[in-house]
Design a binder for this molecule. Structure first.
Ligand code: PLP
Length: 393
């Protein structure tokens, strides 16, 4: 994933978009919310969708089942568009990113001596499923991606690949450093080889365009609760068509079977689509929330969302650069970063963090610094307040 724009002004041309943002995010009434790399607030429309669902099921039980199915169908189509996938039959709804990545790790035919290449700064969800294969003689190789602004991350990944590398599995954006990987470069280098390409996209999907056709990933996993502005506990898993029937299955239930919905059938087989990864009843309340959240992102347009996030991160970089003790853990080069800006303030870091929290700014500490993660709706006046607090701490 690599996205740059030429924009570094603090004015957005579209006032109507700012109005929409203000209507959709009451979180801004009480907080300066820059924690989208952790758990995002829902937009109003997600709350309304879940409330309507709750009222319906409370009053009428399953009477509106057809409507729920319609929402689920729409959700799958929105995910297809977000990924630029060719259809919905390659997309499964899963509980979270970890579950998606584990489907790959548990589903391949491993032989002793095989290896998996990841980076040195992965979230545990994209390290543990591979490390858990140690008993089968699988080696995990970590490519140097730190310091985030200097390391030739993609080159280091590709240099670790050899003829026993079964999977390269990377986060599109590293959770701590915010380093965005050039997924197209990795995907194109691996394309046509025996090495599968797996992407943990949770730190970029919803914030930046994602183009499966260009990236040529074999697998993509992400949960909905970060940049997608959705609920926790509902994620997506993309499986390229050529892998659908090659991954071994480890979970079983009525929902994944063909014939679908025939509970008396004693002859069955797993669906040939990604429904084979969905053994049981869907997470219907969350489907409603995520469908609504994605409708907002798609209404704004993911390119515009990305431009606005980039501009806000750039604004913070400019403001913080004036401070003598600001040390950027994240890359400052627009081509190497996404929505995460991680900064240390020498011996002041803890104090600055405390001051931000006391000042109503929602951020977290990660990788030794303070992680700022603005979304498209954050206002520049909020960022000015953040800069003021950091200066004064
Ligand atoms: C890169 C990355 N992957 C995965 C996760 C979370 O995984 P899951 O969706 O399984 O909870 C996070 C959460 O911080 C993350 O930053």
């Amino acid at each position: 994933m690599r996205y740059t724009n030429g924009m570094n002004t603090n004015t957005d041309s579209s006032g109507s978009l700012d109005r929409l943002a203000a209507e959709e995010f009451p979180v801004t009434e009480n907080h300066i919310y820059l924690n989208h790399a952790a758990i995002s607030p829902w937009p109003e429309r997600a709350r309304r969708a879940v409330q309507a669902f709750a009222e319906g099921i409370t009053r009428d039980g399953s009477l509106h089942f057809q409507d729920w199915q319609e929402t689920e169908r729409s959700l799958r189509e929105r995910i297809r568009d977000l990924l630029n996938a060719s259809g919905t039959e390659t997309i499964a709804l899963v509980p979270n990113t970890s579950a998606g990545l584990s489907l790959v790790a548990a589903g391949l035919d491993w032989r002793p001596g095989d290896n998996v290449v990841i980076t040195d700064s992965e979230f545990p969800s994209n390290r543990m499923p591979w490390e858990a294969l140690a008993g089968q003689g699988v080696e995990v190789r970590e490519a140097l991606c730190t310091p985030a602004g200097d390391a030739d991350c993609e080159g280091n990944i590709l240099r670790l690949v050899d003829d026993r590398t079964r999977v390269v599995s990377v986060s599109s954006v590293q959770f701590g450093t915010g380093r965005a990987l050039d997924l197209e470069r990795i995907g194109q280098a691996l394309s046509g080889s025996d090495t599968a390409f797996c992407v943990d996209a949770i730190q970029s999907l919803g914030a930046f365009p994602f183009d499966l056709e260009a990236i040529r990933a074999d697998f993509v996993a992400a949960d909905g609760h970060k940049w997608l502005l959705g609920p926790e506990g509902l994620g997506l898993f993309y499986c390229a068509p050529q892998w659908l029937e090659r991954l071994h299955l480890h979970q079983w239930g009525w929902h994944m079977a063909e014939p679908f919905g025939d509970f008396d059938a004693r002859e069955w087989r797993p669906a040939t689509t990604a429904r084979r990864f969905e053994p049981g009843t869907p997470n219907t309340p969350s489907n409603h929330a995520l469908e609504a959240s994605l409708s907002l992102l798609q209404e704004v347009g993911i390119v515009r969302v990305a431009e606005r996030i980039q501009a806000r991160v750039e604004y913070l970089i400019e403001g913080l650069s004036a401070l003598s003790d600001a040390e950027f853990i994240s890359p400052v080069d627009a081509g190497l970063r996404a929505g995460i800006l991680n900064v240390r303030f020498g011996g002041r870091t803890d104090k600055v963090y405390q001051a931000l929290r006391e000042g109503g700014v929602q951020v977290l500490t990660r990788a030794g610094g303070i992680r700022f993660a603005p979304h498209f709706y954050n206002r520049y006046s909020e960022l000015d307040r953040v800069l003021e607090i950091v200066r004064g701490a």
